[in-house]
Design a protein. Structure first.
Length: 135
């Protein structure tokens, strides 16, 4: 049985999570990343089988190359695979403002985007850092 997973947010949490899940038999992962000036370049980088991270991430480079080659991970800026997802992981930024108050705009925006597209029975996991009681 095939399991379709969507990971939203290709950053320091989302990329390793997407890569590890895509390495599991019968798991197919779609990564979603905004095509912004700051981080949109990650889409093409990941789809070419390369990691966008500089520094020491042991094994991640080889893992990404393998799962992209095996067509287990695909990254896009489109939300059209949400309705096919069995699991959705949200890994977007939740920065704090100057007063140390969390800013949840990205989390709210993603939630509003995906809500009308969710199929019955889908599991949504918020991996972004949130304060107790947020969910």
């Amino acid at each position: 049985m095939t399991t379709n997973i969507v990971v939203i947010g290709m950053g320091y949490v989302g990329i390793p999570m997407a890569a590890l899940l895509a390495d599991v038999n019968d798991f197919y992962v779609t990564g979603i990343q905004r095509r912004s000036k700051r981080s949109g370049w990650k889409i093409d980088c990941l789809n070419s089988g390369k990691t966008p991270f500089e520094g020491d991430e042991p094994g991640l480079e080889d893992l990404i190359a393998r799962i992209v080659k095996n067509k287990k991970l695909y990254v896009t800026d489109k939300y059209d695979t949400i309705d096919e997802a069995d699991y959705i992981l949200i890994d977007v930024q939740t920065p704090v403002d100057d007063h140390k108050i969390p800013r949840y705009e990205s989390l709210r925006d993603v939630s509003k985007l995906i809500a009308p597209k969710l199929k019955k029975g889908v599991t949504v996991i918020i991996e972004s850092t949130v304060a107790p009681g947020t969910t």
